[in-house]
Each structure stands twice: as structure tokens, then as C-alpha cells.
Design a protein around this ligand. Sequence first.
Ligand SMILES: [Zn+2]
Length: 145
Amino acid sequence: MDQPDKPRPTPTPTSQPFWAALREHRLEIQRCAACGAWVHYPRHRCPRCLSADLGWHVVDGAARITSFTVTRVPTAPTFADEVPQLLGVVELDQGPRLTTTFVDVAPEDLRVGLRVRPVFDDGASGTTLLRFRPVRDDPQEEGAG
Ligand SMILES: [Zn+2]
């Protein structure tokens, strides 16, 4: 699925724990020990109370779609093999929002409010991307409801 010439995220010292957790198929988000706020994207200080006491916590990634778009023209030439691209924003149950892409769903089935769960996409470049797919009504689907 991955091509080496596609642009990939570059972890920074601040975001490195986020990317390292994804590589192990865990979603970890920062939480402020001073005020309890969940924080994403990764930062040095809490955007609510400015405390530097941020810790990493595993979350299950249960979320809902808050925005999406279907691109039928590649956003860059190297993404021509992924058209249509299903781009969007999801809101984790803890509150933070993440920009992502959707998989295992037809473009016409995307909806604001749709419940989604994480998909850990291991690319050839060594970076694991966080994508999301809908929670199905399958009773074996964890996190349904
Ligand atoms: Zn805080």
C-alpha cells in the first residue's frame, strides 16, 4: 500500500512517543496531570492550563467523524494510486480531534457522526499511520455502540 516516495510524517522529540506507540498498534494521547485535559496534537504544555506535566495514556481510539471530504483528484501526484482519498477529522471519545483518512468504507457511506475505530497502517517506510474505519453492527466488533 505504501510507496517510499510518498510524504510521511517526521516525528519530532515531542511527537515521537505518539508515533512509537502507533508502531506497536497502540494509540497514546497526552493528558494533563494538572487539569485533566486530553491533548492532541502532542505538545510541551497543556493548551488549557499551561502546565508542562503532560503524560502519555493509551486510549482505545473510539471516535466519531466530525468532518470529511472525498478527493477525486490526488492531493499530490504520489497519491494517484489512492484516489478517491477519504480525508477527514475524527473526535476521540476523550475529546481531541485528529486529521486522518478512512479505509474499508465506500465514499457514499461516510457521514458526520459515524462511529469509527482505529486501523494501524504499517507502511514500508517504517512509519505506522493512524487511519479509521466504521464500527460495524457485527456483534463481534469491539467498541460497538
Ligand atoms: Zn492542563
